[in-house]
Design a protein around this ligand. Structure first.
Ligand code: SF4
Length: 236
């Protein structure tokens, strides 16, 4: 193992040492931001060590038209980041949720719907606090991304290393929260964000043990990102 590699158990222990039995909203946000920093650090290492030839660049945005699956800490961080900003994001999230809420997974896959955070210039309004799913995808071919967006038939080649690492790191967070009885789920971003913005107490209620994002839970286990058994072993 290189000095940069850590076991998932070690990472989980670090997270647990920073979490009290009853973390506040501020604690959760701090831990989630730290988790993102860890993910970004490992992705930077992957870029430096493997020199991958990826196609992604600021302003491409082709992959921002598909369903984004998040966990409670991710949506709570997002909601807190935009809550006090004078922006049309709440309206946009609700509008997108109206479009996507009745779709099944197949329809979501085949129907491009823009993320509420996508600017007209195809940059991300919440880049610093974007969800894990938006951090780990690196395409190897922009033409394939464009074809996939236009035709929904092509499929896109992505690098597996950052996906595996980011999922492992997020699993350490999910597993640590599980140990203090805070249960994460796989949530639809549009639906979860609408809940968090319409009801500012949703995050606090989740921290108090309520399943306050229940209506945003993904409709099918095939998109389940909460896999504790995978999250507590291995190296990153
Ligand atoms: S949060 Fe940002 S990066 Fe993620 S899908 Fe939305 S616009 Fe794209």
């Amino acid at each position: 193992m290189t000095p940069e590699q850590k076991s998932i158990n070690e990472l989980k222990s670090t997270i647990l040492s920073e979490l009290s039995e009853a973390p506040s909203l501020g604690d959760l946000i701090f831990i989630t931001q730290n988790t993102y920093m860890t993910i970004d650090h490992h992705i930077d290492l992957w870029k430096a060590n493997d020199n991958p030839s990826f196609a992604c660049q600021s302003g491409c945005g082709h992959c921002c038209f598909q369903a984004v699956w998040v966990t409670e800490p991710e949506v709570i961080l997002l909601a807190e980041a935009i809550r006090n900003q004078d922006s049309p994001l709440l309206k946009r999230a609700a509008e997108m949720n109206e479009i996507t809420k009745s779709m099944d997974l197949e329809e979501r896959k085949n129907t491009p719907v823009a993320c509420p955070f996508l600017y007209e210039d195809k940059t991300c309004f919440v880049y610093e606090v974007r969800p894990v799913a938006c951090r780990f995808v690196y395409s190897n071919d922009e033409t394939a991304c464009i074809n996939d967006l236009q035709n929904r038939t092509e499929g896109v080649g992505v690098f597996s290393r950052p996906i595996d690492q980011a999922n492992q790191i997020r699993s350490a967070l999910v597993s640590a929260l599980y140990d203090i009885d805070l249960h994460c789920h796989t949530l639809d971003l549009n639906a979860a964000l609408t809940i968090a913005m319409v009801d500012p107490s949703a995050g606090e209620r989740w921290l108090n043990g309520e399943n306050s994002f229940e209506k945003a839970i993904a409709p099918d286990q095939t998109v389940d990102i909460i896999d504790l058994s995978r999250g507590v072993t291995g190296d990153i």
